[in-house]
Ligand binder design. Sequence first.
Ligand code: UDP
Ligand code: MG
Length: 322
Amino acid sequence: MTIPVRYSIVVPVFNEEAVISETYKRLTDVMKLTGEEYELLFVNDGSRDRTASILKEYSDRDSSVKLIDFSRNFGHQIAITAGMDYALGDAIVVIDADLQDPPELILEMIEKWKEGYDVVYAKRTQRKGETFFKKQTASLFYRLLRASTDIDIPLDTGDFRLIDRKVCDEMKKIPEKSRFVRGLVSWVGFRQTAIEYVRDERLAGETKYPLKKMLKLSMDGITSFSYKPLKLASYAGALLSAAGFIYMLVVLYLKLFTDSTVAGWASLIIIQLLFSGIVLIILGVIGEYIGRIYDETKNRPLYIVRDHYGIERKAANSIGHK
Ligand code: UDP
Ligand code: MG
């Protein structure tokens, strides 16, 4: 008889051959300390290096190692989602593969969970070894997101967190495609608490989050949890048409009651550029939302699994996002 899995550790991996062995070792050492049954559920998000073959080897040797192998790169948030779909544990921990989030904190999370919390998220008090630009833009993003939404999304908190089985089951019912997982966990609710930590440097390799992916993540975060950009667009429109109306009165006055109808080329050009710029920005904002509506309506599956290792069919059949 198999012992039921108590803890599932979900690790999304994308080209992490430089760190993966150390990550496996550190996670295993920590999880052994719990004395309970656990699984290390790696989700290979279309790596082009040896990550998947290294993990396959581990799963042959160690029955706690499981691997879901995507057919291509679907993105970090989708990889986490797949991990939650396949996880069997009573508590599920999501952690990055690069050891920026210290695995030892999982024990602290488990303690909080045993006290009765359903979500234990890890808040970064400090980030080491990241560029000034990354820290500033991340900090700005978390504050912007918080200001624009009514959902209580904690500041400076990534996806490193523990969630209870019931939270995971609720997450699996959420069908949306532009997934901002940390926001969705807040949205689901239940009893949530934080622990604080200092975020380490990446152990080896380079960040898998270039500016393009960071921008996509932040747009997904804001558009999934707020209409404020749309509201701001309409306020900007209202303000500009009011300004335009006032200027029209001035121009009419000058035309009708004075002789000083100036050539006005400069002011015309300025107004033209300014207004069309703003109109284009507003269109862009609307476009961001429409693009996401389009993604939702196509209703494609969130991800495609090429193969899995160390996972029984039963688990594969019970996933939420087919
Ligand atoms: N990752 C992923 N798919 C991607 C990009 C990243 O699964 O398309 C994984 C990556 O392997 C790591 C985690 O997501 O485990 C966080 O990525 P990274 O550490 O590069 O981001 P950063 O810490 O620099 O923001
Ligand atoms: Mg990292």
